[in-house]
Design a protein around this ligand. Structure first.
Ligand code: ADP
Ligand code: MG
Length: 144
């Protein structure tokens, strides 16, 4: 599906639609340039699942966790990661993201495409592109 949004709220609304069909266990890849709206999209997703937390860019912390309490559709937490500062797959070792992949967890990853190969095969791929001004194109691809 392809959408055009004109402000951050509209982008969050697309994330809300996606949140409604999540079941837990998904790995969501967010692809797009700086400022395209990846973190904004994540905020919309975390909001829609019922967390009041303010989602901040995990560029420096690398990984942030948002508890969903009570769980929604079996989802008890969202893990938000940002690989912007990574370049080699070997650097991922310390993160142990595999250990976080559980049925009650949704992982949202910004910049999963910085590595030489596709390290994580996403269940859902979101591509956000600048279209001039505040306009963004958002493509949502879910697995076959
Ligand atoms: P990224 O994580 O991709 O670097 P952010 O979500 O942190 O991007 O930043 C996007 C910025 O662009 C925010 O300041 C947001 O308010 C603004 N913005 C303007 N229009 C839109 C839009 N249509 N969708 C998402 N964000 C938008
Ligand atoms: Mg970001």
């Amino acid at each position: 599906m392809r959408y055009i949004t004109h402000n951050a709220e509209e982008t969050k609304a697309i994330a809300k639609e996606l949140a409604a069909v999540l079941q837990g266990g998904e790995f969501i890849a967010l692809i797009g340039d700086l400022g395209a709206g990846k973190t904004t999209f994540t905020q919309g997703l975390v909001d829609a699942l019922g967390s009041k937390a303010r989602v901040k860019s995990p560029t420096f912390t690398v990984m942030n966790e948002y508890k969903i309490d009570p769980p929604k559709n079996g989802i008890a937490r969202v893990i938000h990661v940002d690989f912007y500062r990574f370049s080699k797959e070997a650097e991922l070792g310390a993160l142990s993201l595999e250990d976080e992949m559980r049925a009650d967890t949704v992982i949202v990853a910004e910049w999963p495409n910085v590595f030489a190969r596709e390290v994580y095969e996403p269940d859902i791929k979101i591509t956000l592109s600048h279209k001039g001004g505040d306009e963004r194109e958002i493509e949502v691809e879910t697995g076959a």
